[in-house]
Design a protein around this ligand. Sequence first.
Ligand SMILES: O=C(O)CCC(=O)C(=O)O
Length: 286
Amino acid sequence: MAVETNTDLDRYDTTGFVILKGFYPDRVVAAARDAADELVERFAKRLKASGRISRDHAGASFETRLARLCEDVPDEAPHIFRKELHLAGMYDVFFYPPLLDIVESLMGEELRLYPNYSIRPKLPDHAPTLVLWHQDGGYTYKVHRDGDHSAETVDALRMINVWSPLVPAREDNGCMQFIPGTHRIGMARHEDREFYLEISQEDLAPYVDQAVSIELDPGDIVLFHNMLYHQGLPNRSGQVRWSMDWRYQDARQSTLRSTRGHLARSRLNPGEVVRDANDWTSRVFQ
Ligand SMILES: O=C(O)CCC(=O)C(=O)O
C-alpha cells in the first residue's frame, strides 16, 4: 500500500488532508503520554480495587501495560477515552496556538473544539478498536440523530479532524488510511456492523484501490476533512497503538448534537473561550 506524504497545505482542498511532520514539541507529546498513562493507572486501580486483577503491571512500558492488564480481563478492555480527557496534559494538544492558527487559516476565526475528542488505545487484534471505512459525517448523520438533519446539512459542516499518534503508527500496528479526494463526493451509504459503521461495498469499491496509509510518529499530525473516507488498519503488533483524534468546527454552526463542545477561539464570544489548562480541567465533556 502506498504511504502518503502530502505535506502541502495548499493541497488540502484537493486531497482532503495534509500531514504536518514534527508539529508538536516534545513537551506536548510527553504531557499527552502522561495523560494517557494516568488513564491506564486509573483503570488498573479500579480493576485492582474490584478484585478483578491480581497484578497491576505497573512496571510494563507505556506501549504494553494496557494490553497486559486486558489479557486478564478482556471484557473490560477500553476502546476509547473521551469524558476522561479534561486533563491538563490535553490542554496543550487541543489548544496549541500554532495548530489553531492553521485551522483558523482554513476555516475562519470562530473555532470550536467539537464534542468528539478521543484518546484511542488500539489493542492488538481487538475488534472493538478496529474502526472500519467511514466518513465522520456518516456518524453525525446516522448515529447522532439529536437534530433532524439531512445528509446535505452534515456535508455542509465546516469541520477539520486532527489525528496524532502517541507511539509510531505504521501499517502493521494500525495506522490510518485515507482515500484522497473522497471528501468531495458527498455522503456515502453507511451500514451497521458489530462495533462501527462501514461504508457500503457499492460506495467503497470504486475508490478503495486509491487508499493510502498515513504512517506517523509522535509529534506528527494529520489534518483531514470530516467527509473523507478513512479507516484505521488492524493492529497486528504485540503492542498498543495509542493515538488521539479530535475535531474543530466553525463555531457559528450547530454541532448537530446535543453536546456543544468548547470554544477554542472567538471574537463573537471571547468570554467563553477555554482560557488555560485550569479552565480546561474544570470543564466537562459536553
Ligand atoms: O484511530 C483510528 O483507528 C480511527 C480514528 C478515526 O476513525 C477518526 O479519528 O475519525
